[in-house]
Design a protein around this ligand. Structure first.
Ligand SMILES: [Zn+2]
Length: 258
């Protein structure tokens, strides 16, 4: 399968030199197009104040360029919104789910605990991170975080319509239902680790980090022990050298793969 790496939202949070991206995938399959994460979409770009709360706008400082939206990039490649049949989301945070409404024909796959967090938030933090408007009219298919072994991780496989080469790899911690998404492309296995980590150095040996992103990871975490243990597991996976691991927001990882 041909896999394209896209940036669907440039953001310039204070103290993060070089800014961050929303690393998304566009996959060409026999059954149509599949997206992994969606960044910000048409609604966020045309009406930011109506879709992104003030605190998130201040913290993320999104560029909001219509040319970066997934729909715009899909159309520039000669496809239409209707060609996108499935969207897999690492989680439902607003900088990942922004483009959903641009693809009315797609089935959106998330872990069951993630949709539950968004629809039944347990506290102020959960309520703020999942704007309801982004899910209006969206068709969801939820999945339980249990399945077969994939490089030592438990993976949800055999998702109807997606074949055997696109899997959910639960990486709980950042949110209650956060998942990685594994894709077997023409050059081997990729793992989109979403917000399981924020900076490439976190999964290198020896690890490194930058202060602002370390702070962001901590401020946005939901289940600390699981988040930290998943970073360790991703470090081991990367060290094996068999899977190309990357996160949602690191511009250097995106530049290497795009
Ligand atoms: Zn994020």
């Amino acid at each position: 399968m041909k896999v394209h790496h896209l940036n669907c939202a440039t953001m310039r949070p204070p103290l993060v030199a070089g800014g961050i991206v929303a690393h998304c995938l566009l996959i060409e399959t026999d059954q149509g197009l599949v997206l992994v994460d969606t960044g910000f979409g048409t609604n966020e770009v045309t009406n930011p104040k109506g879709t992104i709360d003030g605190l998130s706008r201040a913290l993320l400082k999104p560029l909001l360029d219509i040319n970066e939206t997934a729909i715009s990039q899909v159309e520039r490649r000669g496809h239409t919104a209707e060609d996108v049949r499935h969207i897999l989301l690492t989680h439902l945070d607003l900088d990942h789910a922004g483009g959903l409404r641009d693809f009315p024909n797609a089935t959106v796959h998330v872990l069951d605990t993630e949709l539950e967090s968004a629809t039944n938030p347990r506290n102020v933090k959960e309520r703020a991170r999942y704007p309801k408007a982004q899910r209006d009219g969206v068709t969801f298919q939820t999945h339980e975080a249990a399945g077969e072994d994939w490089f030592g991780f438990e993976a949800v496989s055999n998702i109807a319509g997606l074949g055997e080469d696109i899997l959910l790899v639960p990486l709980i911690g950042h949110t209650r239902g956060h998942t990685g998404i594994a894709v077997k492309g023409d050059d081997g296995w990729l793992l989109h680790a979403g917000d399981a980590y924020f900076y490439r150095g976190e999964i290198e040996t020896p690890p490194s980090n930058i202060f602002a992103l370390k702070l962001t990871a901590k401020q946005t975490e939901t289940i600390r022990e699981q988040r930290l243990s998943n970073v360790e597991r991703l470090k081991e996976l990367k060290a094996r050298g068999e899977v190309e691991v990357f996160c949602a927001h690191d511009p250097v990882e995106l530049a290497r793969l795009a």
